[in-house]
Ligand binder design. Structure first.
Ligand code: MN
Length: 307
C-alpha cells in the first residue's frame, strides 16, 4: 500500500469511525457496530440514576455514533421517559399510534398474523420531517422481537453528504424541501383494508402544522457538520420545482442511504434499547420475518428547526 492511499492515523493515534476520530471513553464500554455509525454501550443500568461522568460519555457516544444501543434494559414506562428527557423535551406525533394510553409514548407493532404493510415506511426515511421542529431523536425499546430478522437499519447522512461531488453539493446547498403530512390519513383510507398502515386516529395538531419547508442540507447546531436531509417520506417537491421536476433528483438522493458503507443494523432482543439521531441518520425497519410479533415502544424528543 502506498503512503498516499494508506489511512493516516489520527494525531493521537486514535481510530477514525463514523467519519471522525473516535472519542475516548473511560466510564462506559463502547463498541462500534460498523465503521459508519452505531455503537453498543455496556456497563450501564438505566434503571438506576446515572453519574454525571457516565451521562456525559453516553451523550458523547450518541453525538459521535448517532445511534447507541444498550442490551437488557428492562425499564418501566416512567424510567423510559425519564431517560429520554435527558436528551430533551418529549413530544407526541400526530400520526404515530400511542402506547399504553400515554401520549408521550408511541409504538411500532406488527402482530404475528399481520402483513409488513401495517408498519409505515419500510424504506429508508427520517421521521416526521413535515413538522416545524422534527424529532431530534427517538428512544426505542423492544418489548417483543422476532427470534431472527426484524432488524432496524440506519444510514449516516453526514457521510452520504460528504461523499457527494462539489457540484451537487452546491446545488443542494440552495435547495429547500416542502414536506407535508397533511394527506397521510386520506391516502391511507383509499388503500385496501389489509394494506392500510396503523396510524393514530385523532390528534390535536392544526392542519398548518403538518406542512413545512426545510433545507435539503442541514447542519448540526453545535458542530456545524452538514448532512443530507432529503427523504421520499412526506416529500412534496423541492421549493420552486414542480413535483415532476423534483422526482429524478429525489430518486437519486433516496438511493444514497442504501449504500452499505453508510450503514449499521441493530438486532433487536427483548429489552434492547436504542437512541437514534433522527436528524443526521435515516432508518428503516427490515421486514424479513414472518409469523412472529415485533413490538417496539418509544419516546420522541423534539428537535431544533433544521438549520
Ligand atoms: Mn420511522
Amino acid at each position: 500500500m502506498s503512503v498516499e492511499t494508506k489511512q493516516m492515523p489520527a494525531a493521537n493515534g486514535g481510530v477514525i469511525v463514523a467519519g471522525r476520530e473516535m472519542p475516548e471513553f473511560h466510564q462506559i464500554g463502547v463498541e462500534p457496530l460498523t465503521g459508519a455509525c452505531g455503537a453498543e454501550i455496556t456497563g450501564v443500568d438505566l434503571r438506576k440514576p446515572l453519574r454525571d461522568e457516565v451521562l456525559s460519555e453516553i451523550m458523547t457516544a450518541f453525538e459521535h455514533f448517532l445511534v447507541i444501543m444498550l442490551r437488557d434494559q428492562d425499564l418501566s414506562n416512567e424510567q423510559h421517559k425519564a431517560f429520554s428527557r435527558l436528551f430533551g423535551e418529549l413530544t407526541e406525533l400526530p400520526q404515530a399510534p400511542i402506547y399504553a394510553g400515554d401520549r408521550l409514548m408511541q409504538e411500532v407493532r406488527r402482530e404475528a398474523h399481520e402483513p409488513a404493510s401495517v408498519v409505515p415506511f419500510t424504506k429508508f426515511h427520517t421521521d416526521s420531517p413535515f413538522l416545524m421542529r422534527p424529532p431530534l431523536c427517538m428512544v426505542m425499546r423492544a418489548v417483543d422481537a422476532p427470534r431472527y430478522g426484524g432488524d432496524t437499519a440506519f444510514a449516516n447522512m453526514y457521510l452520504a453528504y460528504e461523499e457527494l461531488s462539489e457540484g451537487l453539493k452546491e446545488v443542494l446547498e440552495r435547495l429547500r424541501v416542502v414536506y407535508s403530512g397533511k394527506d397521510i390519513w386520506s391516502k391511507n383510507a383509499k388503500l385496501d383494508k389489509d394494506k392500510q398502515l396503523r396510524l393514530r386516529e385523532t390528534h390535536d395538531f392544526k392542519e398548518e402544522e403538518l406542512e413545512n419547508i426545510h433545507p435539503a442540507v442541514r447542519r448540526h447546531p453545535r458542530t456545524g457538520r452538514k448532512a443530507l436531509y432529503v427523504t421520499p417520506a412526506y416529500f412534496k417537491r423541492f421549493e420552486g420545482w414542480s413535483e415532476e421536476d423534483s422526482r429524478p433528483l429525489l430518486e437519486y438522493l433516496a438511493y444514497l442511504p442504501h449504500k452499505l458503507q453508510y450503514q449499521c443494523r441493530v438486532r433487536w432482543k427483548p429489552n434492547t434499547l436504542i437512541v437514534w439521531d433522527n436528524r443526521f441518520l435515516q432508518h428503516c425497519g427490515i421486514h424479513d420475518y414472518a409469523n412472529e410479533r415485533r413490538h417496539l415502544v418509544r419516546t420522541t424528543v423534539i428537535g431544533e428547526r433544521p438549520l
